[in-house]
Design a protein around this ligand. Structure first.
Ligand SMILES: *Cc1c(COP(=O)(O)O)cnc(C)c1O
Length: 226
């Protein structure tokens, strides 16, 4: 084993144990929590190590980067690829062919474009609506007060299979109220999946019902990003 393998194995073990402890500590916790490796900027070798360590879910932020890295990698093991970065509507078709899950559905024009191209042959099988819980102008996501109408529009009018919600809370604030808000909105629509929690706050997220934590730095290391 090289150094990378050793450190990835040990950080994965630490994270998995922390998730299990958080699950055991809270009645709100989901029965199953997916650990998604946020792999933006990671070289192919790091992704191979992560796959060998047993990670099955990966999140990429850019369509183009994913298109370069993943088609050959995914022949090596059964993995699920998630889009966790903003999607331009003109890249909808590419994204539907490349990703198993698109977690960043956040506006009408994009939803309409995805609905136009999504069909039984698409690799993409489910969508998450991203909610801008902190109402940050620079951040993607539908505003909380528009989320109910938007979710209904995506599911009922467009027939998109929305499985859950995703959020990225503001950096400089406690994350718990944001996770609680996401959970509330999801409950109104009977949505089971909650993609919330990153390296800094995944234990809080799991305690509050996250079913998918997106971990980058705690898994791959602080300085390893290209
Ligand atoms: C990079 C990224 C993550 C992982 O962040 P870390 O703080 O490195 O764990 C999670 N979600 C999204 C949308 C990201 O872009």
């Amino acid at each position: 084993m090289n150094m990378l393998t050793v450190s990835l194995f040990s950080s994965l073990k630490d994270i998995t144990q922390a998730i299990e402890r958080a699950q055991a500590a809270s009645p709100l916790a989901a029965g199953k929590v997916t650990l998604l490796a946020a792999s933006k900027g990671q070289p192919v070798e790091a992704l191979q190590e992560a796959m060998e360590a047993g990670i099955t879910d990966f999140g990429e932020n850019r369509v183009q980067e994913a298109a370069q890295k993943w088609p050959s990698l995914r022949e090596q093991a059964a993995i699920r690829l998630h889009l966790i970065g903003p999607l331009q509507s003109n890249k909808s078709r590419d994204a539907l062919d490349l990703f198993d899950v698109i977690q960043t559905l956040d506006r009408k024009k994009l939803a309409e474009e995805l609905a136009k191209h999504w069909n039984a042959q698409s690799r993409c099988r489910s969508f998450f609506v991203q909610v801008n819980t902190g109402r940050e102008p620079q951040k993607a996501g539908i505003l909380p007060e528009e989320a109910d109408d938007f979710i209904r529009y995506c599911m009922q009018d467009l027939g998109l299979p929305v499985a859950g919600l995703m959020c990225i809370p503001p950096h400089d604030m406690p994350a718990a109220p944001h996770f609680a808000l996401l959970r509330q909105i999801a409950a109104r629509h009977g949505l089971k999946e909650l993609s919330m929690g990153m390296s800094e706050d995944f234990e809080t997220a799991v305690r509050m019902g996250s079913s998918c934590v997106r971990i980058g730095r705690a898994l791959f290391g602080e300085f390893s990003r290209g």
